[in-house]
Design a binder for this molecule. Structure first.
Ligand code: Z5A
Length: 215
């Protein structure tokens, strides 16, 4: 069976990590080799860049500089982890990818499409997702989940989690608009439901697109 590259996108607390874990478990039950990864991050160098980005220490450099940093992390992630995994035949499930740059630095941050196109060409090339699941829910619901998690863990919110709800809602609309422009790649899933219901929808899409086709 061909290796597949699946990305999960959406706002804070949409349940991307949770759904990746559940999908990975279901694929492994079928003896499909799976790598779970995330952006920014996934390799040692990209995780180091992640710490810088999420700490907020380079926020003052502006959205273009941040876009460069996200792209630098992506170069390493794609070259050292994603592309080799797909070449081995592993499926790759990735928590955020280039659509997050389009939304956070682009549509909500004001970085122009020409710069984003160039960065995408350099960092991603032809290593594009076969499927992108956009987990959609009201920003307030996602932020509420993140706040509960922070209360439980005692962690501090990161550079993006402290931003106001209107900005989060604009990003939500930007993800929906990307999905509408790329219907062959993107599927929007209603994530404002219990975990198991969301997982069932995610599974139905993956099964229909990739597993039944291969049977
Ligand atoms: N960013 C960017 O600006 N540009 C880029 O190019 C890229 C990223 C790639 C990465 O932070 C930040 O970088 C991100 C965008 C920016 N902004 N922020 N913040 P991150 O990786 O730390 O954050 P995140 O991607 O938003 O992850 P998250 O907040 O952990 O959300 P999630 O993975 O979607 O959710 P989760 O961890 O699965 O679930 C969150 C909580 O909700 C948790 O307690 C769950 O148990 C609970 N949960 C999950 N599903 C449900 C359901 N269905 N019902 C109720 N509760 C649920």
């Amino acid at each position: 069976m061909a290796a597949r590259f699946i990305t999960f996108e959406g706002g804070e607390g949409a349940g991307k990590s949770t759904q990746i874990r559940q999908l990975a478990a279901r694929l492994r039950e079928r003896d499909i080799p799976v790598i779970e990864t995330r952006e920014p991050g996934g390799t040692e160098a990209a995780e180091a860049i992640r710490s810088l980005l999420l700490s907020g220490s380079i926020k003052s450099l502006g959205p273009e500089a941040e876009a460069l940093m996200f792209a630098a992390a992506r170069v390493d992630h794609v070259d050292r982890l994603i592309r080799p995994a797909l070449a081995r035949g592993d499926w790759v499930l990735c928590d955020r990818f280039f659509d997050s740059t389009r939304v956070y630095q682009g549509e909500a941050g004001g970085v122009g499409p020409a710069m984003l196109d160039s960065l995408e060409r350099i960092a991603v090339g032809r290593c594009r997702p076969d499927l992108t699941l956009v987990l959609d829910l009201p920003a307030e619901v996602g932020l509420g989940r993140v706040t509960s998690r922070l209360k439980e863990s005692g962690d501090q919110p990161d550079r993006f989690e402290v931003e106001d709800v209107d900005l989060h809602e604009r990003r939500r609309l930007a993800f929906i608009s990307i999905a509408a422009r790329a219907p062959e790649r993107c599927v929007v899933v209603n994530a404002d439901r219990p975990e198991a219901a969301v997982a069932e929808d995610v599974w139905r899409v993956v099964d229909l697109r990739f597993l039944q086709e291969a049977a």
